[in-house]
Design a protein around this ligand. Structure first.
Ligand code: KIV
Length: 259
């Protein structure tokens, strides 16, 4: 029997400008196994874990211990997909800390790490890449900064903001990032960055012209039905299906005569 080839960072990069690259988030063993069986090639244990699994209002309370715990669960699925993980807030404030944190996620099973920011975190990115750990960038709306920013705002509307995004993206590429996530970037600016870079851009709420797209799996399958971002069209209603299954089971229980 032929062994099934593992997806790699090189496979992701080879799709630059050729096919839309699908990325999804995952947080546990069964979801990782299901998405892998569906053929999703690129997976991220996102720190969106904080909202869609742990019940926090945003990502700012997620710890490295939380991420390690969930990366280990996902890695137990031994996916063919490339499996990476977010460095949570406060775990990459210096190059030394960034490498130590990235190594912990790598030991838990992450094959790449992602962190938020551009030129502001370049020494950390260079150190992670020098340590031999593949790095995925993240620009645009940075969820770990949602409290300072007062919400999830679209980026790149003002010319100076657009120019800063392009400069940040080029800097991440030069520092060795293998691809860059663009979150809530205006579609024209996301398209400009995509043209400017030799590495893939992966969009989320940033229009159709990125090299790939990433979604939070709970948004895609309706598993967090209390909030759906405006750019997501859910393909399933798992939340409603769970409620219905629980209600159907309760109604099927045999009735007992009152004592
Ligand atoms: O935490 C996350 O899930 C993410 C992606 C959606 C880009 O950062």
């Amino acid at each position: 029997m032929n062994a099934v080839a593992k997806f790699t960072v090189a496979d992701c990069q080879a799709r630059k400008g050729r096919h839309s690259i699908p990325f999804l988030t995952t947080y546990d063993y069964p979801m990782t196994r299901l998405l892998d069986e569906a053929g999703v090639p690129f997976l991220l244990v996102g720190d969106s874990l904080g909202m869609v699994v742990l019940g926090y209002p945003d990502t700012t309370q997620v710890t490295l211990d939380d991420m390690e715990h969930h990366v280990r669960a996902c890695a137990r699925a031994r996916p063919r997909a490339l499996l990476g993980a977010d460095l949570p807030i406060g775990t990459y404030t210096t190059p030394e800390q960034a490498v130590a944190s990235a190594r912990r996620l790598q030991a838990a099973g992450a094959e790449y790490v992602k962190a938020e920011g551009g030129r502001a975190i370049l020494p950390q990115v260079r150190a992670i890449v020098a340590a031999g750990i593949p790095f995925l960038g993240h620009l645009g709306m940075l969820p770990q900064h949602v409290r300072e920013e007062g919400g999830y705002h679209v980026k790149g509307r003002r010319p100076e903001e657009a120019a800063a995004l392009v400069a940040d993206a080029r800097a991440l590429q030069e520092a060795g990032a293998f691809a860059v996530v663009l979150e809530l970037v205006t579609p024209p600016v996301a398209a400009e960055i995509t043209r400017a870079l030799a590495i893939p851009t992966i969009g989320i709420g940033s229009g159709p012209d990125c090299d790939g797209q990433i979604l939070v799996i709970h948004d895609l399958v309706g598993l967090f039905p209390w909030f759906t971002p405006r750019f997501v069209k859910p393909q399933a209603q798992c939340g409603a299906a769970i409620r219905q299954a629980a209600q159907a089971w309760m109604q099927s229980l045999p009735g007992k005569p009152a004592a």
